[in-house]
Design a protein around this ligand. Structure first.
Ligand code: ADP
Ligand code: MG
Length: 256
């Protein structure tokens, strides 16, 4: 794989790249995020795990403002998340997101998928955008698929294109929401390997996943959520060998 170095800011205003303070959110009567305090430092890989419905996806979606919050603050690289407008679009571009369902543009080629945001949001010229797209497709191992349409690719290949597309925006942090959950088992590893490499390259990552092997080998920290709260935070070693809360013990007994 060709190396495409991830753009770093010249001066780092803060090592705390993503800071959530007392974040609360409701869906009607449901208190889906309750007093979430979470700080992710530059280069850190945080794996978020927890039962279905505990608020993991909502947490990810608030961090790039796909969901509003009712109370609290979220800051990315020292800047509070704006509510709307151009400032929001710029800040959102700093937060790459990869979903369970790959969400590629079906009517665009793989190459166009990776070029589009660069041209529209980052205002990169077409030639440069194409060069970068090809290098990123090479980095995730799908360079030969550049001229195909998403439906012509396997799920694992599509998810790797989705990662390349997010990386093309030079995000400061990457959010992954169960990126391998929709994949056939034999394709899970090819996506996890790309994520492992990204982690080794120093990308700051928040990863919601049930892949405990990935959590053990790539995560600096595990955040365990239940019922809209962060119940426990620990290193992967501590968490898996010696979970403190009953909720975490119960959860681990079901999945391990
Ligand atoms: P997880 O990703 O941990 O499974 P989610 O963040 O998707 O959890 O959902 C947390 C809770 O919020 C669930 O009970 C879910 O049904 C509810 N929820 C999620 N999105 C919405 C929405 N747009 N409107 C109403 N309820 C929602
Ligand atoms: Mg979810």
């Amino acid at each position: 794989m060709t190396d495409v170095s991830v753009a770093k800011e010249d001066a780092a205003p803060t090592d705390d790249l993503v800071v959530l303070k007392s974040v609360n959110k409701h869906f009607g009567a449901l208190h889906v995020l309750q007093d979430i305090d979470l700080t992710i430092t530059r280069g850190e890989v945080v794996v978020v795990i927890g039962p279905s419905g505990s608020g993991k996806s909502t947490l990810c979606r608030t961090i790039n403002r796909l969901e509003t919050i009712d109370a609290g603050t979220i800051a990315i690289d020292g800047k509070p998340l704006p509510q709307e407008g151009k400032a929001l679009a710029r800040l959102r571009a700093d937060v790459g997101m990869v979903f369970q369902s790959f969400n590629l543009f079906a009517h665009k080629t793989v190459l166009e998928n990776v070029m589009l945001g660069q041209i529209k949001v980052r205002k990169t010229d077409k030639k440069q955008a194409e060069e970068k797209a090809r290098a990123l497709l090479d980095r995730v191992g799908v360079a030969t698929q550049a001229d195909k349409y998403p439906a012509q690719l396997s799920g694992g290949q599509q998810q790797r294109v989705a990662i390349a597309r997010a990386l093309a925006m030079d995000p400061k942090v990457m959010l992954f929401d169960e990126p391998t959950s929709a994949l056939d088992p034999e394709m899970i590893n090819e996506v996890l390997e790309v994520m492992q490499q990204l982690a080794r390259d120093g990308m700051t990552m928040i990863v919601v996943t049930h892949e405990m092997g990935f959590a053990r080998s790539a995560a600096n920290r595990v955040v365990f959520m239940a019922d809209g709260r962060i119940v426990e935070e620990a290193t992967p070693d501590q968490f898996f060998s010696n979970p403190r809360s009953d909720r975490a013990k119960d959860f681990l007994s079901k999945i391990l």
